[in-house]
Design a protein around this ligand. Sequence first.
Ligand code: URA
Length: 210
Amino acid sequence: MNDHLTIVTHPLVQHKLTLMRKVSASTAEFRQLLREISQLLAYEVTRGLEMTTETIETPMQTMQAPVLAGKKLALISILRAGNGLLDGVLELIPSARVGFVGLYRDEVTLEPVQYYFKAPDALGDRLVIAVDPMLATGNSSVAALDLLKKAGATNIRFLCLLASPEGVARMKEAHPDVPIITASVDEKLDDKGYIVPGLGDAGDRMFGTK
Ligand code: URA
């Protein structure tokens, strides 16, 4: 996967995203839609994975059949909203290894500060898929990718539901080697760092908090 940005225009993805954007969507509806859309996005983010073959027996005969090559993928959830995307992706890739990155924003410096980091071993030998529904300013995503690279990751893809043009530009500048897969690049960020038109606070909407 070489393109820096892939927008998944599949009709089901776009339809579900519209339903999620609606302020009238309940927490249960939002969560269910996120689960469904995550699986469709997982299909895209895993496009072009390396394959090998193994010998299997069908009820009819022996054959060489295609299987994924190499070590299990590593899915990295950027807390907390990443967990919403993670669940759906894991349903499609149940054997993936899972890690978590927790960052908060220092109120004085406004820089992201790490409070949690746990990643699968041998990151450098795995395809690493970092997930966070909203690529807004890009500050926390860039910091999370910095941490993953420091931990040895060399082959990373970034999966989000929505992105801002500002976030995409920031990621391209800091991590040009990391392809971004998203359902939409919206119009802009507002002055509080929210994506508009967007869907509001993804974490609050999926967890029912305010
Ligand atoms: N995080 C969100 O959950 N929503 C935004 O619009 C921006 C960042």
